[in-house]
Design a protein around this ligand. Structure first.
Ligand SMILES: *[C@@H]1O[C@H](CO)[C@@H](O)[C@H](O)[C@H]1NC(C)=O
Length: 360
């Protein structure tokens, strides 16, 4: 009996010992399935000409810390109506890179129907960087996303030199192809993005300490905060959007907050931004959004405070407005407005509750 219990104790001691550390190696995968199956045992994952089957995610979530992921050749995806995402990466201290000539081709033209996320075909989201913390995404070449490209919900994430080319969608009815949607994130930096799309180049819905710098944005809806409101996190704090160019777009820079919702937009700076050929508004700040559209009636529950708009130059189209500001009473305050020099267009006659000293 004593022997038996000692044996049991012995076995449980062995079971309690740490399992030997598996040696992680450099791995090259040519199928999505093998990459997903092997992801935990590789310190470096090369994705070589991967074709992801229809309706499946290239699921690189929960990677071991310090894993490196490299996209090589052409990454492609099968066609199915579904929500996606086509790619998901999470973990900490992860590095995601692309080789010089790689392309990640969403094949969005198969879904584009002019309706984006408002109807028609169900379209997969492209890339979820959710829980991708203390990490880097650099040098990715992305083409033809079905709808929104990068969805970012992470802390301490740097995205640098990312190209998103949805220009085929100008003639093929792409819609809602946001480049970078940031929510619930802290310390996110997006540097030197090169975007041609059909919706926001940047949209920050919530989060703090976010820097967007050195971008070229073409064809879309401009650089946006919001719309803010109606989500679980409705605070945008400390966001700097700077040193960028926005061309051939509906708007240059904008802030949208939701009608009758609560939250906060504080400490946002737009600085050193060049606009050209803007069709709707160069600078637009409005507190009247509901279900993705303006109501025309601003409310005060999401104040916009400590805003800096400086060194904004360039031009808008002849029937556009250089500046449009629609605030609730007292809910836009403590604004700094300097060196705003936009030519073309006509002054808006719909501005309301504009802070002192700002021409609208
Ligand atoms: C101006 O922008 C519109 C889209 O609003 C585009 O169709 C047009 O080609 C652009 N013009 C130039 C000169 O680039």
């Amino acid at each position: 009996m004593i022997f038996l219990s000692m044996l049991v104790i012995g076995i449980s001691l062995v079971a309690a010992l740490p399992t030997p550390v598996q040696k992680r190696t450099d791995c090259t995968f040519t199928s999505a399935a093998s990459a997903i199956a092997g992801k935990k045992s590789c310190s470096s994952i090369v994705l070589e000409d991967i074709h992801v089957p229809a309706g499946e995610t290239l699921d690189l979530s929960d990677l071991e810390p310090k894993t490196k992921v490299v996209f090589a050749g052409e990454t492609s995806f099968g066609y199915k109506e579904w929500d996606g995402p086509l790619i998901r990466v999470s973990g900490s201290n992860i590095v995601v890179l692309g080789t010089t000539n790689h392309i990640i081709n969403g094949g969005g033209e198969r879904w584009w129907d002019g309706q984006g996320t408002n109807g028609g075909k169900t379209k997969p989201k492209f890339f979820y960087a959710h829980g991708l913390d203390n990490s880097l995404i650099a040098g990715l070449n992305v083409k033809n996303t079905p709808v929104q490209a990068f969805s970012i919900e992470s802390n301490h994430l740097l995205l640098t030199h990312i190209t998103i080319d949805d220009s085929d969608g100008d003639d093929l009815s792409a819609h809602n192809t946001d480049a970078f949607d940031v929510g619930d994130s802290t310390h996110v930096t997006i540097r030197k993005a090169n975007v041609h799309n059909q919706d926001d180049c940047l949209a920050v819905n919530s989060g703090s300490d976010i820097l967007f710098t050195g971008a070229y944005c073409s064809g879309g809806h401009g650089l946006s905060i919001g719309s803010v409101g109606g989500r679980s996190n409705n605070k945008v704090e400390n966001v700097k959007i700077e040193k960028s160019t926005v061309v051939n777009s509906q708007n240059g820079i904008r802030i949208k907050t939701d009608y009758k919702q609560t939250g906060l937009v504080s400490g946002v700076t737009f600085s050193n931004i060049r606009l050209s050929n803007i069709s709707d508004e160069g600078i637009v700040i409005e507190q009247d959004y509901e279900n993705g559209s303006p109501t025309g009636t601003p409310t005060t529950g999401i104040p916009i405070t400590d805003l800096t708009v400086e060194k904004i130059s360039g031009s808008v189209q002849s029937d556009a407005a250089p500046v449009y500001i629609l605030c609730g009473e007292g809910s836009c305050s403590d604004w700094t407005w300097e060196d705003v020099d936009l030519s073309g267009g006509q002054a808006s006659d719909k501005c309301a509750n504009v802070p002192n000293g700002i021409e609208c």
